[in-house]
Structures are given as C-alpha cells and as structure tokens.
Design a binder for this molecule. Structure first.
Ligand code: GUN
Ligand code: ZN
Length: 453
C-alpha cells in the first residue's frame, strides 16, 4: 500500500519533520517500508496502488504511557486531593471489576475511545483482579491496539474488596505475565504493577522486581505525586533515604521502569533515576486536577531524564493525548509565569544578602526556562514515549523500518474556518490546543486499521 498525504512527525524535541505532499509505504508485516516526498517514493515503488488520502495528514500514533483503564467511569470526580480521592471515588470504581461482564464492557469502551482519539500505544493499570486483567488483555488483543498492561498489586492500606495476600498477588501477576508478555510479536507486553509504596509491602515490591527481571517485563508504579503521599512514605519506610530509594531497595528501578508523576523529587533521586535508566511519566492534566503540583519538566529534561506523557485517566479527565500535549504546554507556561512573579517578589524583599537571595531562588526553583512548546510536547507523545518503552528505534516516527502505527488526521477540524495553514508548526499548535474529537479519521497499528470514522 502506498498512501499519499501530508506527513508530520517529530525529528527532535525542537524540530518537526514535514512533507506537504508525502508518500508512505506499508509492507505486509506492518512495517513502514518507505516514507518521504510522494514523487520520490512513487518512483521507487512504481507498481504499488496509491491510496490518495489528501487533504488528510498522517501522524505517528500517540503513546499514552500511564492510564488506569478501570477509572474511566470515574473521570472528573472533582474536589479532593490524591489520597482522599482514591478512597472516595477510585477504589469503589475499581472494586466493580470483580464483575467479569462489567470489566469486559468497560475495556471495550476504553480501548475504542482511546483509539478514536489517536492513542495507538496504551500503558495501562488494571485492578487487583486477575480475571479482569486477563479480560482487558483479551480485548486489547482483539481490537489491535499496542499495549503494556499490568494487574495492580496491593497488599496493604486498601479496602477489603481490593486487598490481596502478598503471595497470591505475586503468583497471579506471574501467571498473567507468562500468558501475555510478548504476545502477538510483542504487540502486547506485561508490566508488574505495584500500585505505589503506601499500598505495597517491601516483600510485594521485591517480588514484583524479581519477576520483572526474570521475564524481561516492564514495571510501572507511582512516585512523588502529592505532598501528603510523600509524608506517608517517609513514615512507612523510615530506613529509606528518599521515596525513590524505597523503590531502589526493592530492586524496582531499571530501564524498563515507568514512574508516574515524579513531581516532588530531590536532586539525589533524579540522579538515581537517571543512573538506573528509568523513565518518568509526566501527567500534567492529572497533576492539575488533583492539585498535586507542576513538574519542573524543562529543568529535568535538561538534566537528561527520560520523560514521556500520560493521561493518567481517571485523575486526568480525558483519554485524548492531543489534549494532554496541550495541558503539558499550559502547565509549563503557568510554571514559568509563576517563577517570573515570585522572582519579582523576591527582589522586593528587603534585608537579604545577594547570597541568600541566590540560595532562595535556587531552593524555590525560580530560574525560568522557556516553556514547553507544541513540537516539544509532540516529541514527548511520540518518540519520547517510544524511547521510554525501549522502542525508540522502531516506534513513534514515520520512517522506513519503523512500525506502521499511524493516524489519519483531518487537521481542518482544529481551524476555526476549516482551513489548513501552510506552516506545520501552526497546524500542530492548533491540533493540541484546540483538539477536536473528530480529528482522527483512522488509527493504524502495525498497518492494521483499528479505528475509522
Ligand atoms: N497513586 C496511587 N494510585 C494512584 C491512582 O490511581 N491515580 C493517581 N493519580 N495516583 C495514584
Ligand atoms: Zn496513575
């Protein structure tokens, strides 16, 4: 198949790659065999039938690195911070996944909606229910999405309906990993999923870490999202040097570890994460919704941390990664604006020496960096996400040899007059700040069409 359309992908965090009249060849194995200017691609493949999709654009499929499928029905439950919100809204929704029919219907709805909004790779938490997790894997297998999925593990500080015995949690996770990790040529993978340190004993976390290493599977958990959570972790693990150190002591850190949020981290924790090759998942809409804070994203990217983007549904209210990209830019701009305001206030405070002023400015992170822009957010949602999954050399771009995970997008939906700007950066900016649910016309994973309008 040779598709003719405009091609937009991310070359680097600063740079877009755009072909106004592009050609994309997908082979029978679901790999991109060729991509570039249409005339050149056509000349290299004169015998292929052309599918002319103009005026639509082709974008790489989007990677949602962190979301909770069972929380979709509880989205936008407003008014509380993390710990109270979990108790009041989330644990009851998750408990309903003991019902197999409910889990199946919820999984179908979630996965179809995610594909329809442009997510072709989803990294998902389920609940503590093994059967529901198996059902969610089966639905992901059937609908064609690329997914990393894990049964949530909790052996303490959870309601009776979700609480597990340590050994059973480890055993059931291993059985699911054996059944699903690497299924369909690696389209589906397993992530050992200790929910977060307050709900897990050290024994449970260490068991998850050991099995993840044995099977080459992923690990996902939450880290340093909320200040009350940090305080709780300090009380529960007095022997640990930091929250990140709790996970290090249980051997949970490595290049296949995805840590959701990571807003409130000390320099030593960031060094540890970088040295271990872990990735942070930035969840800006959730961080705002639960009033958790804003991640110093630009500073940490400069430090060399690996970061991707996640909706964190249900704390994030939408499955749309287009919207999440916009939220990432907005959060970054608000952080920068607040830094400017606070720097000005600090200059007005009397009685401080220059040295004290400098130390205060550093402690409060008042050194403003340029805010995240649309190309930077697009990078995080495509190549950055792929790199966090260790797939940077074959996912997240429209290049020969890459997996044919792509979207057909009607960019006119985001323009107030249905026009198309000649400037691809301007079009991208509209796609993410004015994301429209009709944007995605079709979503392909490995060359298979999984959604079309
Ligand atoms: N920390 C532990 N569990 C959760 C969850 O379900 N959502 C969020 N946002 N943070 C968590
Ligand atoms: Zn989460």
């Amino acid at each position: 198949m040779l598709i003719r359309a405009s091609l937009l992908s991310s070359a680097s965090p600063q740079e877009l790659h755009f072909e106004a009249d592009g050609g994309l060849v997908v082979d029978g194995q679901g790999t991109i065999a060729d991509a570039g200017a249409f005339a050149a691609v056509r000349a290299r493949h004169p015998d292929l039938a052309v599918e002319d999709l103009r005026p639509f654009w082709i974008l790489p499929g989007l990677v949602d690195l962190h979301a909770h499928l069972p929380q979709y029905e509880a989205v936008a439950a407003d008014g509380l911070e993390l710990l109270a919100w979990l108790e009041r809204h989330i644990f009851p929704a998750e408990a309903r996944f003991s019902d197999g029919a409910h889990a199946q219907a919820a999984a179908r709805r979630y996965l179809q909606d995610a594909l329809s909004l442009g997510t072709t790779t989803a990294v998902l938490y389920t609940t503590t229910h093994a059967e529901a997790t198996d059902t969610i894997f089966r639905e992901a297998e059937a609908c064609g999405i690329r997914a990393v999925i894990g049964k949530t593990m909790m052996d303490r500080h959870a309601p009776e309906a979700l609480l597990e015995d340590t050994a059973t949690s480890i055993k059931e996770s291993e059985v699911l990993c054996r059944a699903w990790h690497g299924r369909d040529g690696g389209r589906l993978s397993y992530a050992f999923t200790p929910r977060f340190a307050p709900c897990c004993s050290s024994e449970l976390m260490a068991g998850a870490g050991r099995l993840a290493r044995d099977y080459g599977a992923f690990i996902q958990t939450h880290l340093a999202e909320n200040l009350q959570e940090l305080e709780w972790v300090r009380r529960l693990f007095p022997e640990a040097a930091s929250y990140t150190d709790v996970y290090r002591r249980c051997d949970l850190l490595g290049p296949r570890t995805l840590l959701g949020h990571g807003i409130h981290l000390q320099p030593s924790e960031r060094r540890l994460l970088r040295d271990q090759g872990c990735s942070l998942v930035h969840c800006p809409s959730s961080n705002a919704f639960l009033q958790s804070g804003t991640m110093p994203l630009r500073a940490w990217l400069e430090e060399g941390l690996s970061v991707g983007l996640g909706t964190d549904v249900g704390a994030g209210p939408s499955l749309s990664m287009f919207r999440e990209m916009g939220e990432a830019c907005t959060a970054s701009k608000l952080r920068r604006a607040a830094q400017h305001v606070q720097s000005a206030r600090l200059r007005e405070v009397g009685g401080l020496t220059e040295d004290q002023r400098l130390r205060l400015s550093e402690a409060l992170d008042l050194d403003p960096r340029p805010a995240l822009d649309a190309p930077g957010a697009f990078y995080l949602a495509t190549r950055g996400g792929a790199m966090a999954l260790g797939l940077g050399d074959r996912l997240g771009a429209l290049e020969a040899g890459f997996e044919a995970d792509f979207l057909v997008v009607d960019v006119r939906c985001s323009d107030p007059f249905g026009r198309v700007s000649a400037d691809p950066a301007q079009v991208l900016s509209r796609l993410i700040y004015r994301s429209d649910p009709r944007l995605v016309q079709a979503a392909y994973v490995r060359g298979r069409r999984c959604f079309h309008r």
